[in-house]
Design a protein. Sequence first.
Length: 115
Amino acid sequence: MHPQLELLVTLHDLELTIKEATEDAANQKALGFKIDNLEHIIKAQADIEKQVDHGIIDRYRKLKERYGRPVVPVINSICCGCYIRMPTAQASDTERNQRMSTCGNCGRFLYWVSE
Ligand SMILES: [Zn+2]
């Protein structure tokens, strides 16, 4: 996977974890969190953000504000953000994940998942 794409996927995942853990104390218990661990995760999130190119993180934030999920998988050639079918490409899923791609319809960052 493209290193920047991998960072975005991880970043989004961490953001969801932090959101779930901070929503209420009951959730923290359900997730088995200790506050110390949460602080580590928040630090990891900040570290990852620093490694993402400025242009990409700007776009990521705008997409997140607009849609909530800025990075989505493509499954069976369908963008899981807006459910539009991607044009057929010659490249394999692995090859496509080596590039930064965005959906031509909704603009979300994409990664391909093989069945
Ligand atoms: Zn889309």
